[in-house]
Design a protein around this ligand. Structure first.
Ligand SMILES: Nc1nc2c(c(=O)[nH]1)N[C@H]1C(S)=C(S)[C@@H](COP(=O)(O)O)O[C@H]1N2
Ligand SMILES: [Mo]
Length: 494
């Protein structure tokens, strides 16, 4: 008797050496594409039945887009999520192995939406590659009053969109005449070109200091998720008035929403909104910027047009601006509603109600030491210590003073703020309430005799006499935003 032939299917479901999981074909996986039929996905050659995960996790429905398919192209959009703990969660749901010939399909590997991201400056300290998030080293951050665009911190939530300036259109909704569509040329020729210097700071700047108190969720920014540039473009108010913004519109409008042209896998753009008063006020200086430091906006910073909302948190300065909506409502985007808000140190992920807190707009007063790193040492023979840094406040409040201490805050010295003449002839000191740019500061303090270690501290005061809290713990919040405690570095004297 001849041996019983092995059936093709059986041959495809061998028990592997390393574990006892069955092997599935892509065809089989594809059938499991709904809650009813079961939700299967593949990831790095594994097959996962995530039906239970999807049904119990709020927001888990987004993953349904990958049902019956490979997770890679979807996850590639959220590079940040490709972290150990997510993979750990996934491993619980592993039900099989994808047939080798199916897992090698090109479309899985080449579907990287980040593959066309621009190249970046090698000096940047990279926080996350996909999406790209990076800050300059503190030591070079304050080498220039105007941060060179290459090392200006970069904060992207999604892949960088590539926009053809010839076909680019900026849409405006909510004006009496219906939707307006502008070309880049319209923006450049129909409106006066305005130039201003403004600092942009991410809400998560200095988050790493909050992480030391207790773990928070978010990118682990150091002290350089802040930079200062010269921006040129049309005033948003000039554009809105030109297209019919009127007292009737003003009577109803409460917010101006912005949408980016960078979209996630569901086609949802990055978006946010600002209060109408900020948008329309003569003192608001909100720009539809097409130039950064005298050149076209770089791809990472929003080419061809971004919103510059001076004095307001980075998150509202929408890059790759595609749409403006004048509305009674705030933006309904995730980033306006369920992120970029501050909470009590007592609020945790089980109790947080994002509806209970307002969206961050103007940021609190901030300062940091840039020339001395925590844990570094200085020479005992030097008779003076030089301390340098930046200071800035939101809402156009000018920084009026920076205090520096070498002994953890027992004794204080007043730093010298860089004067406007030193800054640039093209930057006359701003009118009160419109101080959008940071101030660099510097001080030389005699080295205290016999000191073994210095606790160097700085704190700034703004024109409303707001100052920074002395420690991080009382302002800790689960998202790690709004870190503005005294900046402190310990330096050894050797
Ligand atoms: N379209 C779009 N705009 C965006 C973002 C984004 O991911 N997409 N990130 C925001 C955040 S959180 C910050 S802090 C700033 C960062 O601007 P920069 O990358 O030019 O420094 O851009 C904001 N505008
Ligand atoms: Mo940000």
């Amino acid at each position: 008797m001849s041996p019983v032939p092995v059936k093709a299917e059986q041959a495809e479901i061998p028990v592997t050496q390393t574990n006892s999981l069955p092997v599935y074909s892509q065809e089989e996986v594809t059938k499991h594409c709904s809650i009813e039929k079961g939700v299967w996905v593949t990831y790095k050659g594994g097959v996962y039945d995530i039906t239970d995960f999807v049904t119990v996790h709020p927001g888990g429905d987004k993953i349904l887009l990958a049902a019956g398919k490979a997770l890679e192209p979807f996850w590639a959009l959220y590079g940040v999520h490709e972290q150990e703990h997510v993979l750990e969660i996934l491993s619980e749901y592993k039900v099989g192995i994808l047939r080798a010939e199916d897992s090698k399909k090109d479309d899985i590997k080449s579907a990287d939406p980040y593959s066309t991201d621009p190249t970046r400056h090698p000096a940047l300290i990279v926080n996350s590659v996909k999406p790209f998030n990076a800050e300059p080293p503190p030591a070079i951050l304050t080498d220039n009053y105007i941060t060179p665009s290459d090392i200006f911190f970069k904060r992207n939530h999604l892949p960088v969109p590539h926009i053809d300036p010839k076909t680019y259109r900026l849409e405006i909704e909510g004006l009496p005449g219906g939707t307006v569509s502008l070309t880049l040329d319209d923006l450049k020729t129909l409106f006066p070109k305005r130039t201003l210097i403004a600092t942009i700071q991410c809400a998560g700047n200095r988050r790493s200091e909050m992480n030391k108190v207790k773990q928070v969720k978010g990118l682990n920014w150091g002290i350089a998720a802040i930079s200062n540039a010269k921006w040129s473009g049309a005033y948003l108010r000039d554009v809105l008035y030109h297209y019919g913004f009127s007292p009737e519109v003003a009577a109803k409008a409460r917010h101006v929403q912005f949408e980016g042209l960078d979209v996630d896998v569901t086609g949802t753009p990055y978006g946010a909104s600002i209060p109408i008063n900020k948008a329309m006020s003569e003192e608001g200086d909100v720009l539809l910027a097409y130039k950064m430091n005298g050149e076209d906006l770089p791809a990472d910073h929003g080419f061809p047009v971004r919103a510059i909302v001076p004095g307001v948190v980075g998150a509202r300065n929408i890059k790759w601006l595609g749409k403006i909506v004048i509305s009674e409502e705030e933006s309904q985007s995730h980033w306006q509603q369920n992120d970029y808000k501050g909470f009590s140190p007592g609020t945790d992920w089980d109790t947080v109600d994002f509806k209970s807190a307002p969206a961050i707009q103007e940021l609190p007063v901030q300062s940091a030491i840039t020339n001395l790193a925590d844990g570094s040492s200085i020479d005992r023979d030097m008779d003076k210590v030089t301390v340098k840094g930046y200071a800035w406040s939101g809402g156009g409040r000018e920084v009026v003073r920076v205090d520096v201490s070498l002994d953890g805050g027992k004794t204080w010295h007043v730093a010298k703020l860089q004067s406007s003449e030193e800054i640039e002839s093209s930057a006359p000191s701003p009118p009160p309430g419109r101080a959008w740019a940071w101030k660099l500061w510097e001080i030389e303090i005699p080295l205290p005799e016999g000191a073994q270690e210095l606790e160097v501290v700085c704190k700034a005061v703004d024109s409303s006499y707001n100052t920074q809290p002395d420690s991080v713990a009382p302002i800790w919040n689960l998202r790690g935003v709004l870190t503005n405690a005294w900046h402190q570095v310990r330096v050894k004297v050797k």
